[in-house]
Design a protein around this ligand. Sequence first.
Ligand code: AMP
Length: 288
Amino acid sequence: MDVIVAGNREELGKAREAAGPGRYALVPTMGALHEGHRSLIRLAREQADQVVVSIFVNPLQFGPHEDFSRYPRTFEADLGVCAEEGVRVVFAPAVADMYLPDRQIAVSAGAMGSVVEGAFRPGHFDGVLTVVLKLFNLVQPDVAVFGQKDAQQLALVRRMVADLNLPIAIVGAPTVREADGLALSSRNRYLSPADRVTALNLSKALRAGAVAGAQAPQREPERIKDAARAVLETAARFDPPLLLDYLALVDPATFTEVTEDHRGEAILAVAAKVGTTRLIDNVVLTLG
Ligand code: AMP
């Protein structure tokens, strides 16, 4: 079956009519689709009868000096991916279809949106949650799938659904990686071969942290972070260097730093710049 492309609420309504009844899953994306997005779509298909993929590079979630204008846009190829994966509807609005020129109201991500990644990207998660809420209202899915790759985003979406009583099930999907460990990202296409060698140290550092975390009885947060930091410090001397924004070991639900007495899951998260590209990655560890 062909993919139906919708650009606004009216076309979405018609697309939903054409697609037919059943349980709907939404996979929100910014396009430049890769294997990570494909895995989300496959998970969505297991969860629902119809899958809607949204493709929207959301200006609200980019800072003034970030890569909004140069963010990769590969719409035709994305449609091909969606067709291959059995997506029924692609929702691809223009910025003017999404935001009124005199818009006033937005979602606040609260304190949880201004730590870790939020501390380096002020307003980013307000922009993310605002567009996600709008997409939920427009598409009205029963379930929505988000990647663990953006762990803080996933946690904040879950928080928004709980705090605002949204009738949508949120499903998290594991991070898809290249064979050598590099987490797939639309931004990887910015990386030169030399950048990529340096960038590999993000996932390498997380693995070192995970190994330290698995070696009982040495599960203290500082030991885990020290093991990861050693890799990152070596990569800081590469050409181009890895320029670290943060390395954090946090509670998956609140994104506050875990302490010595933390038990259960924790997320080891890293963000760094390599060349002109900013990359993030994380792994889930079990402590205690
Ligand atoms: P983006 O297009 O980068 O905004 O991502 C859209 C969705 O795909 C988000 O829920 C991301 O967390 C998810 N995603 C991005 N990269 C990956 C990956 N390597 N593995 C799994 N999910 C991913």
